[in-house]
Design a protein around this ligand. Structure first.
Ligand SMILES: *Cc1c(COP(=O)(O)O)cnc(C)c1O
Length: 424
């Protein structure tokens, strides 16, 4: 395709859509169709998807079973919108989630469906934690990412986003995440100490909000023992533990919840992104019943729960979580990707590339944002969609659908490898 027709096809976006648009700049084509791990632009060019809608499409694009369920529901005149009224779709989703995910883990939670985005869930969780404890402060971690609305931004570390708030994002103390001072330091000891010290200047917070693998913050996996320490500290000090599993959950790290491997029992769990399975917006707070201090309608809204998303979300639970096959596959695929990324880094010693992550949440740290950008640009020219993360956008975030077939995966990894060789 000529450069001219490429820019023509994007000119409407340049003239009509706000400057705020982002991904259409990184991937300057018009994406028209998608199936599994493959995207097609409107000229029919094919791309391999190592972005997965930033973790929304863990089960790939347009899973035929989810589409069938959704189509059948639409054809049956099933409720599409019903505020937060009771519907069979919602009942079935909650019952499936309880039976397939919660009960086998010995977990018991109430469900709250806030607005459809991840940030909506974060806002609801912070508000609930404040109301339930009567305290207003929150602790978050360095490099944490929780969304763009004011409350979510206040617990997000990244200065580029914080600077856009327009008012000072307040009420939050940031503590060092696991590994912040290198692998030998246990930063949870610092947290424990400042909370115990009546003169540390850190007030007792309502809640601690954390990711178990920081995604946008640069693919930083916390160690099991560190996560367990944070939970213990919360219990000892009467602080609520909120796990933001919006990106790391729904199987990305191998188990349904990213904290399963550490056996945590958070007070509040946040899910969104891949929760509907199909890419439809849906977000959920799981909260311990003793925290359910909401009065009816106190945290209200128009789009709370999304019936079509409930239908595909329940289908995803039935298809992938009633046995261990997907979990095993994620562990195996994650191992393949990780080995390959280690090969890539070893064949480019001059640039000191490094690999980290857990399950299929993996990153290639390029040291500088500039190098990572050159590599992902080249990869896109070669037909691979992959994005960057981290404080300086220095980490290439490798996030293919969990269901990607081995051949497509290898093709994608070949492109990434060649792009590193060409640009590093
Ligand atoms: C994406 C994300 C959010 C925010 O979700 P939105 O739908 O973009 O509002 C919050 N927390 C984490 C960990 C995320 O990855």
């Amino acid at each position: 395709m000529s450069n001219e027709s490429k820019s023509n096809s994007l000119s409407a976006f340049e003239s009509l859509e706000s400057n705020v648009r982002f991904y259409s700049r990184s991937f300057p084509v018009v994406f028209a169709k998608a199936a599994g791990a493959i995207l097609h632009d409107e000229n029919g060019c094919e791309f391999i998807d190592f972005l997965s809608g930033s973790g929304v499409l863990n089960y790939g694009h347009n899973d035929p079973y989810f589409l069938d369920e959704a189509t059948q529901y639409l054809r049956s005149n099933g409720m599409i919108h019903g505020l937060d009224m009771a519907t069979p779709a919602k009942r079935n989703f909650m019952e499936c989630f309880d039976a397939i995910i919660l009960r086998p883990r010995g977990l018991k939670y109430k469900f709250q469906f806030p607005g459809p985005t991840g940030a909506n869930a974060v806002e609801a969780a912070l508000k609930l934690a404040r109301n339930a404890t009567g305290r207003h402060g929150v602790i978050s971690f360095t490099n944490g990412f929780h969304g763009m609305s004011l409350g979510a931004l206040a617990v997000t570390g990244n200065r580029y986003y914080r600077d856009a708030a327009g008012i000072p994002p307040a009420g939050v103390a940031f503590m060092p995440y696991d590994g912040y001072w290198g692998p030998d330091d246990d930063t949870s000891e610092y947290l424990d100490k400042v909370l115990a010290d009546a003169s540390s200047g850190v007030d007792l917070p309502a809640a601690i909000i954390m990711e178990t693998v920081q995604a946008e913050g640069g693919i930083n996996p916390a160690r099991k023992e560190w996560l367990q320490s944070i939970e213990r500290i919360c219990r000892n000090h009467g602080i609520l533990l909120i796990v933001d599993d919006i990106q790391a959950g729904c199987g990305r790290t191998g188990n349904f919840f990213s904290f399963d491997f550490a056996g945590l029992s958070p007070d509040i769990v946040l899910l969104s992104k891949s929760l509907s399975g199909s890419g439809l917006p849906l977000s959920l707070l799981l909260l311990k019943s003793e925290l359910d201090v909401w009065r009816p309608g106190e945290h209200s809204g128009t789009f709370r729960g999304n019936n079509l998303a409930f239908v595909t979300g329940a289908a995803a639970l039935r298809k992938y979580w009633t046995n261990d096959r997907l979990s095993a596959r994620v562990t195996e695929t994650g191992r393949i990707i990780s080995e390959r990324l280690h090969q890539v880094s070893q064949s480019n010693r001059a640039n000191r590339l490094s690999v980290r992550g857990r399950g299929m949440m993996l990153g290639l740290d390029c040291g500088t944002g500039e190098l990572a950008e050159r590599i992902v640009r080249k990869a896109f020219e070669e037909g691979l969609v992959v994005e960057r993360c981290g404080a300086e956008d220095q980490v290439i975030k490798v996030l293919p659908p969990l269901t990607i077939d081995e051949q497509t995966l290898q093709r994608g990894l070949d492109i990434l490898h060649k792009s590193v060789q060409a640009r590093a």
